[in-house]
Design a protein around this ligand. Structure first.
Ligand SMILES: *Cc1c(COP(=O)(O)O)cnc(C)c1O
Length: 349
């Protein structure tokens, strides 16, 4: 499949912004090209941010390449995954003409980005087992369908999408499939990074916001073919990732072992919490989770939500989402936080 045939004509024609840092590639010691402040930054300490950052974040990408097994040039870094999602719409979807397919219940940003970009959303709900329905997806797609979002593990249902179904879609769907793996670190399932070289219509998204504990830095990762990554680099704002975020993330990457310990702890706490929650009379079902949260079906979600909130514990009421009637979503906290939750629930009813 030729992915470039899906791209909007104005994006193909676009002459990208050439930044000062981009134009000059040699070695120099006097930078009078970018209208920066030459003195420094009015910050305590030595740290200065008066220079524009590397537009393509090469140092961070080389570090990520090593731990992810993806060449640095096949990585895109966005100001959160949300930026990467928005760019996908802007690159591929002609407003008021093209459409995308999502499989509710799923992450809300896909539909919000579609709305912002005036792109139609075709909803093909997950099956009652929370799996994508390949046949219905392929039937729903038409010549204006550019993107298919598959969130795996899915938010808010917490389960992974069946590998065989996603592979079938990669073979048959005539558009770009974005597999959103924001929660992949918590999953027993293998992700789709290994399929990138086999499918030109695959983009895998991950984030440093969840397992990595860097939500405040806003760093989303996307992996795809060079053709696709080049388009993202062409359309993104030139300096979309701040110097501070690049430096902080670079300093965090070597601490992967700490992150892996946290992931293991979350997975253990998830099993404990699921077991305890399942023992409450007001809990009807605790769904299997491959993520750092549990979807829990309860008798009266609104009352439970208010009760917990009045005790200073916030969870997410997802009961208005399709297939999630009666459900709340609970993020796995520290052992102590989970214990506080359980103690409050012991006093409920
Ligand atoms: C949390 C989350 C993200 C992460 O978004 P960022 O903008 O990178 O923080 C992406 N996808 C899903 C499904 C999520 O739940």
């Amino acid at each position: 499949m030729n992915i470039l045939s899906l791209v909007r004509q104005n994006i193909i024609n676009l002459k990208p912004y050439a930044s000062a840092r981009h134009e000059f590639e040699g070695k120099a010691s006097v930078f009078l090209d970018a209208n920066e402040n030459p003195f420094g930054s009015p910050l305590p300490g030595e740290k200065a941010y008066n220079r524009y950052p590397d537009p393509l974040q090469w140092q961070l990408k080389f570090q990520l390449a090593k731990i992810k097994g993806v060449p640095a040039e096949n990585i895109f870094i966005g100001n959160g995954s949300d930026e990467a999602i928005d760019l996908a719409f802007r690159i591929f979807c002609e407003p008021a003409t093209d459409n995308v397919i999502i499989c509710p219940p799923t992450y809300g940003m896909y539909e919000v980005c579609a709305g912002i970009n005036n792109v139609e959303v075709i909803k093909v709900p997950l099956t009652p087992a929370f799996q994508p329905d390949a046949e219905r997806i392929l039937t729903a797609a038409n010549k204006h369908t550019k993107l298919l979002f598959i969130c795996s593990p899915n938010n808010p249902t917490a389960n992974s999408m069946a590998r065989q179904t996603v592979l079938e879609l990669l073979q048959k769907f005539n558009g770009l499939i974005i597999v959103d793996e924001a929660y992949i670190n918590f999953s027993k399932q293998q992700g789709f990074i290994g399929e990138l070289t086999s499918y030109s219509n695959l983009m895998v998204m991950q984030t440093l916001s969840k397992a990595w504990g860097l939500a405040g830095l806003r760093l989303g990762l996307a992996y795809a073919s060079l053709d696709i990554i080049n388009l993202f680099n062409k359309v993104k704002p030139p300096y979309n990732i701040s110097q501070a975020a690049q430096e902080m993330a670079s300093a965090a990457i070597p601490n992967l072992p700490i992150v892996n310990d946290w992931i293991q702890e979350v997975v253990e706490e998830r099993a404990l919490l699921a077991q305890v929650l399942g023992s409450f009379a007001f809990v009807e079902k605790v769904y299997d989770s491959d993520a750092n949260f549990l979807l829990v079906k309860v008798k009266d979600p609104a009352t439970l939500y208010d009760y917990l909130a009045s005790n200073g514990i916030v969870v997410r009421n997802r009961s208005r989402e399709p297939l999630c009637e009666g459900c709340i979503r609970i993020t796995i906290g520290t052992a102590d936080e989970n214990l506080q939750l359980i103690q409050r629930l012991n006093d409920y009813e």
